[in-house]
Design a protein around this ligand. Structure first.
Ligand SMILES: Nc1ncnc2c1ncn2[C@@H]1O[C@H](COP(=O)(O)OP(=O)(O)OP(=O)(O)O)[C@@H](O)[C@H]1O
Ligand SMILES: *[C@@H]1O[C@H](CO)[C@@H](O)[C@H](O)[C@H]1NC(C)=O
Ligand SMILES: *[C@@H]1O[C@H](CO)[C@@H](O)[C@H](O)[C@H]1NC(C)=O
Ligand SMILES: *[C@@H]1O[C@H](CO)[C@@H](O)[C@H](O)[C@H]1NC(C)=O
Ligand SMILES: [Mg+2]
Length: 370
């Protein structure tokens, strides 16, 4: 573990900040020198101390021996440093901001009233449970460009201080990480080792499997034990981890339902989860091309929530364009947004209701109009 910040700064932080100030002021120079030596010894013993500056997760700190610390450098300072470090670890780097997640889902995610609701409930329920029985497993389904990766990012942003850059968030893409079907056996053991290693480091790890429908069924089977109701596997508990699967599986049946509502002149917001749930599981089950189909992920009920993403309409494309202008620091211009949305292709051919690529190309399209 290589510290990113200089030792001097670290010592300054430990000794000069917070409650420890009064504790050391009346102490003579020789004691201070002795203390510095003790601290140096402590630093050598506990290199994890650098996680104060780098991202850290609680299990690292459980190994911090409070008794040894107090014996080594004295009760007051020892206890102060211990508490200081302990409190600054997990809650500092990993803690759900439920309000933040709600605000983000309400303001940044367009046209996904069902997904919004399920995700907020699922994630806040899971994160507020100190003793979950199994890891949280979400499977997000829907047409291309409807916000599946985007939502994963919103979740990560509101759970990890570092968001998607957190070293506890891991994304796997079949095309990138597991491209050759012939190397399946290697991939299987590699993936299992990765998951085990990362969860050992941090119970609150998050794993995102993108393009799950392109993932080899054998590979999906190999992660099944981690998703199940086990107290521990080989001494490691996976129950605080979050697994998110992204796929287009079921996207067509979700779109059909949305189109039926549209044709019947009904509000999109009237679509409820139960209108899609059965359809979705049938579509995922019966699609032989989909990796999910073969596996017992579904029939063993290892997926806690199937989350449908609706296809996006003209008005959502306009919203995406407006949001993108704000992100770029431009004054949001409705007529530009309108123009962008007008140049997007919609389907079905006759009705032209849903954007073929969702909001996916808006970001690059906007370059032509600004
Ligand atoms: N519902 C939405 N609300 C707001 N922005 C969205 C939405 N859907 C997509 N976007 C925007 O479009 C971009 C691409 O969407 P995203 O990558 O999440 O699509 P996806 O559902 O993962 O598609 P694919 O199935 O092709 O992977 C996002 O980064 C986001 O900026
Ligand atoms: C902590 O340190 C004390 C004193 O050095 C020692 O007696 C004790 O066994 C240690 N505990 C653990 C869990 O390592
Ligand atoms: C949680 O999110 C809200 C809304 O984005 C923000 O105002 C608040 O500061 C966040 N709280 C923490 C502890 O980060
Ligand atoms: C954690 O996962 C990453 C892939 O995201 C992998 O490269 C790394 O080796 C894993 N860490 C451990 C300790 O297994
Ligand atoms: Mg995607």
């Amino acid at each position: 573990m290589v510290p990113k910040k200089p030792h001097a700064l670290l010592l300054w932080m430990l000794v000069c900040s917070g409650g420890s100030t009064e504790a050391i002021e009346p102490i003579s120079t020789s004691i201070a020198v002795g203390m510095a030596a003790a601290l140096t010894g402590f630093l050598a013993t506990y290199p994890n101390i650098f996680y104060y500056f780098n991202e850290c997760c609680r299990p690292e700190w459980i190994s911090l021996n409070k008794t040894a610390l107090v014996v080594g450098i004295g009760a007051t300072l020892g206890r102060t440093i211990y508490n200081y470090l302990h409190e600054s670890c997990e809650p500092k780097w990993i803690a759900l901001n439920a309000t933040g997640l709600k605000v983000d889902l309400d303001r940044k995610l367009f046209g996904q009233h069902i997904a919004s609701r399920i995700i907020l409930k699922a994630v806040s329920g899971f994160m507020s449970n100190d003793n979950p029985k199994k890891p949280l497993v979400l499977s997000l389904h829907g047409w291309t460009g409807t916000g599946k990766n985007f939502v994963s990012q919103l979740i990560a942003d509101n759970v990890y201080k570092e968001g998607m850059d957190s070293s506890f968030v891991h994304i796997f893409t079949s095309e990138l990480h597991f491209p050759h079907a012939s190397q399946l056996e290697t991939y299987k053991s590699q993936l299992q080792q990765w998951i085990k290693g990362n969860v050992t480091n941090c119970a609150h790890s998050m794993f995102i499997f993108d393009e799950m429908d392109k993932m080899h069924p054998g590979l999906i089977d190999s992660i099944k034990p981690y998703l199940d109701y086990y107290d521990k596997l080989d001494g490691v508990s996976y129950r605080k981890a979050i697994f998110i699967f992204l796929s287009n599986a079921g996207g067509e049946s979700i779109t059909q339902t949305a189109l039926d509502f549209w044709k019947a002149g009904r509000d999109r917001e009237e679509i409820e989860l139960r209108d899609l749930e059965t359809l979705l599981s049938l579509a995922v089950f019966n699609n032989k091309k989909s990796g999910l189909w073969h596996t017992s992920l579904i029939d063993k009920n290892l997926v806690d929530f199937f989350v449908p993403f609706l296809p996006l309409e003209y008005r959502h494309v306009v919203q995406c364009a407006m949001a993108e202008m704000i992100v770029r620091g431009h004054q949001p211009n409705p007529s530009v947004a309108d123009q962008v949305a007008r140049d997007v292709v919609y389907f079905p051919k006759t009705e032209r209701v849903f954007s073929v690529k969702g909001c996916k190309t808006i970001e690059s399209k906007l370059d032509y109009y600004l």
